[in-house]
Design a protein around this ligand. Structure first.
Ligand SMILES: Nc1ncnc2c1ncn2[C@@H]1O[C@H](COP(=O)(O)OP(=O)(O)OP(=O)(O)O)[C@@H](O)[C@H]1O
Length: 753
């Protein structure tokens, strides 16, 4: 049995191994890289295993400290640093002994320094952050075409963006880093597994819950306005900003309909009104029937559920939100704040998860990932920011230790204001706490080791000057003084702001996290139709996912009294026509389809369907031709994008293929030729799809309008110009979607239409 990455094993896993009792075990691991303590990994096990192998007769421990990855001058620094930081001999079982690496890869010039350290001066009023400085340095490298990088020892070349990786200790300051890179036009991509809590729909729902707990806090209010639930753009925010009076809070503008509103666009006003209506209903938040019901109701009320269902994999997305709702309910916490606190801890944990199953990105872009995610990977140039970051200690007030049992330190609630709170404290608490802290410190050293050893050719470290203890910066400072590292490390000067000039040939747009999450684009034919007829409405419905309010109203009013639901009627008629094609009598066909659905007002539907079916007589059907397919559904490709649709009927007549799109509910508001005009783009797209997928030529594509008693068939007359226009519109739509265009861009198309 062979086991790799053994340093990340926990006791239970080891127990499983012991029970399997393999005849031969081959275990590989590196104590220095044990970084999954939060998930139960136990560095002691590797230590124990090593000791055992040394002692046992039929076992052997082999030290593998040859390094073929990293240039020798970096290895020298790493050796000096970690010989000092880690121990030479263990005094505690969770410590890591440092065995120096033996460098096998040598650089072209022996005395060239390959580790750089930027001591970023601390200053509150400073305009630049360490991330800006890091970005300047990156641009400088590409401009100056150094340091050269390579594989092995013989091939050397100039550095490119794709050679660089920024490894971050956590995602906390990711936004600052992204801003700095964007400002300098540096192309980048964020890699790493997207955890459950980072899914767009889950984040959107949580944005809603966060707002619910603190509706007057700008950050939560802004997040909600910006989320796809309300979908305001940055431009909208500028508009709101212009509108704000001095000293006025954002919530005052949003929650109070004032004369100021007249200078806000309709979109912003609508968003504010929607948020106000939620405010009236939901705040202060009271659990109604049950917490789960309230959470679900909120999901529905805000239209988030409906808008998810309209999206691709809609049902899956709804299930994901329901899962997070269940997760919150299962906390059994006293209030929303407490649930959110737990949630933040959970998210903080999952940030580290992602392991090394990170797909490598191809292309000339800088990669950003957490150090945990970089494990097992290597990059020519590694940038390590925030080395001043202090250790995050576990703040738990109740702990368990195998020797001391449960220990705790809890404050009782104050009986009266101003009274000193009573503390319940067990004697072992401080001892256990300091032991756990010591373990955390050791793990933090190992994380630093993992980060530095990802570099093949160059290592750049940056951190704000600080006096924090147990920080990576403090280790560097100490070793630097003790070992005169200045022969091996460049102490970097501050680089002036530099901007990468976007050249015309540069094809890389900056892929942001949101884009990486995007599923491959697929469009339905009816979606394309919606865009062609009203781009702005399309944006609202398909991009933001909010149904048009007037449409919602219309939909409701049209179902009043004895009216039938037109789309259901359409479906039923299609199905009945299909059954007719299979040879069923008209009566039997109608009977069967009505049995399939459970309808209250079945007679009204029956009546309507029969009226329509009368017109789809035997004679009519035969005149159409021999059926090839009913409801022929397709997924075809156009410009690399999926195009999805369904053709009601395909027939063959005199050796030629004809396509029909049945229209059962078109009423007298338009004439048949107006309907044809309206549906032309759809017929062009159907022709395209059928020909592309079957390699057969289509002779005609027609609408079959049931309510047109005189002449139900309306055939598309092909016009090259018209066809070009339809596909040009489709291209525009693809372009807008792929570039994440906002309301403004769609609005422009509305004007052009
Ligand atoms: N014998 C060798 N000769 C030349 N190159 C080698 C040799 N062995 C490994 N390498 C190269 O060294 C690099 C590191 O190898 P590998 O990923 O197997 O090491 P590792 O011990 O798993 O590293 P880590 O645990 O630090 O991630 C790779 O680029 C690999 O191609």
């Amino acid at each position: 049995m062979m086991i790799d990455e053994f340093q990340d094993t926990n006791r239970l896993q080891l127990e499983v191994l012991n029970r399997i009792k393999p005849h031969y075990q081959f275990i590989v691991g590196d104590q220095k890289q044990s970084i999954y303590r939060f998930r139960g990994a136990n560095v002691r096990l590797m230590n124990e295993m090593e000791e055992k192998a040394k002692k046992e007769e039929n076992a052997e421990a082999i030290l593998m400290n040859e390094n073929y990855r990293t240039l020798s001058s970096i290895i020298h620094v790493v050796n000096k640093l970690f010989s000092d930081v880690m121990v030479q001999e263990r005094t505690e079982d969770f410590q890591t002994v440092y065995a120096p690496l033996i460098a096998h890869r040598h650089q072209p010039q022996t005395n060239e320094k390959r580790v750089e350290w930027m001591k970023w001066p601390k200053g509150d009023g400073q305009e630049e952050t360490q991330f800006d400085q890091l970005a300047n340095r990156m641009v400088a490298m590409v401009e100056a075409k150094e340091p050269i990088v390579g594989r092995g020892e013989d091939e050397w070349r100039e550095p490119t963006w794709g050679d660089m990786a920024i490894l971050i200790p956590s995602r906390t300051n990711l936004l600052l880093l992204e801003q700095a890179l964007t400002k300098k036009n540096i192309p980048y991509v964020i890699s790493g597994g997207i955890g459950f809590f980072e899914r767009q729909e889950v984040m959107d729902y949580l944005t809603l819950i966060r707002w619910l707990t603190r509706p007057f806090e700008d950050i939560h209010l802004l997040a909600l306005l910006r989320s796809p639930i309300l979908g305001l753009t940055v431009q909208d925010f500028f508009q709101m900003n212009d509108c704000l009076e001095e000293g006025q809070a954002l919530y005052e503008l949003v929650y109070e309909q004032s004369p100021q509103w007249s200078s806000l666009s309709n979109e912003v006003q609508t968003a504010c009104l929607r948020i106000q209506s939620w405010m009236d209903k939901w705040i202060p938040f009271k659990e109604g029937k049950s917490l789960v019901d309230s959470f679900m109701e909120l999901f529905v009320d805000t239209d988030l559920r409906a808008s998810l269902l309209l999206q691709e994999y809609g049902l899956q997305k709804v299930k994901n939100v329901e899962k997070v709702i269940q997760w919150m309910v299962d906390r059994h916490e006293v209030n929303l704040e407490a649930i959110l606190t737990e949630l933040d801890i959970r998210i903080e944990m999952s940030e580290k998860e992602g392991d090394s199953e990170v797909e490598r990105i191809h292309g000339d872009v800088v990669q950003i990932m957490t150090i945990h995610a970089s494990k097992g990977l290597e990059f020519p140039i590694v940038f390590l920011p925030q080395i001043e970051r202090s250790l995050r200690k576990d703040s738990g007030r109740i702990r368990f230790h195998s020797k001391y049992g449960f220990v705790l330190n809890l404050q009782k609630e104050q009986k009266e204001l101003g009274q000193k709170p009573e503390v319940i404290d067990t004697p072992g608490f401080e001892i256990v706490k300091s032991m756990v802290d010591a373990e955390a410190i050791e793990e933090s050293k190992r994380l630093f080791y993992v980060a530095t050893t990802r570099a093949r050719d160059y290592l750049y470290l940056i951190g704000e000057e600080s006096n924090g203890r147990h920080t990576w910066l403090s280790y560097l400072n100490k070793v630097f003084e003790d070992h005169e590292l200045n022969h091996e490390v460049v102490i970097s000067a501050a680089y002036e702001p530099r901007y990468w000039k976007k050249t015309e040939s540069s094809t890389y747009s900056i892929p942001v996290l949101k884009e990486r999450r995007k599923l491959p684009l697929s469009l339905t034919v009816s979606e394309v139709m919606a865009f062609i007829h009203d781009p702005l409405k399309y944006y609202q419905q398909f991009v933001i996912g909010v149904p048009f309010s007037e449409e919602v109203n219309e939909g409701k009013s049209s179902r009043r009294g004895n009216d039938v639901n037109p789309s259901l009627l359409g479906t039923l008629v299609h199905r009945a026509c299909e059954l007719r094609d299979y040879g069923l009598s008209p009566m039997r066909a109608v009977e069967l389809i009505l049995e399939e659905v459970d309808l209250e007002d079945v007679f009204i539907y029956k009546n309507e369907i029969e009226k329509i079916m009368d017109r789809y007589s035997e004679k009519v059907r035969q005149s159409l031709g021999t059926p090839v397919a009913n409801e022929w559904s397709f997924v075809t490709y156009f410009d690399g994008v999926e195009l999805i649709g369904e053709i009601d009927k395909v027939v063959e007549k005199n050796g030629q293929i004809h396509l029909y799109d049945f229209k059962t509910n078109q009423v007298s508001t338009r004439t048949s030729s107006e309907w044809l005009d309206y549906y032309k783009p759809q017929l062009y797209l159907y022709r395209y799809a059928y020909e592309k997928e079957t390699n057969k030529q289509v002779a005609t594509a027609s609408l079959y309008i049931f309510k047109d008693e005189v002449e139900p068939i309306h055939t598309l007359t092909l016009h090259e110009k018209e066809k070009e226009k339809v596909f040009a519109a489709l291209k525009c739509l693809i372009d807008l979607r792929q570039n994440g265009a906002g309301r403004k861009e769609y609005a422009q198309f509305s004007k052009l239409k």
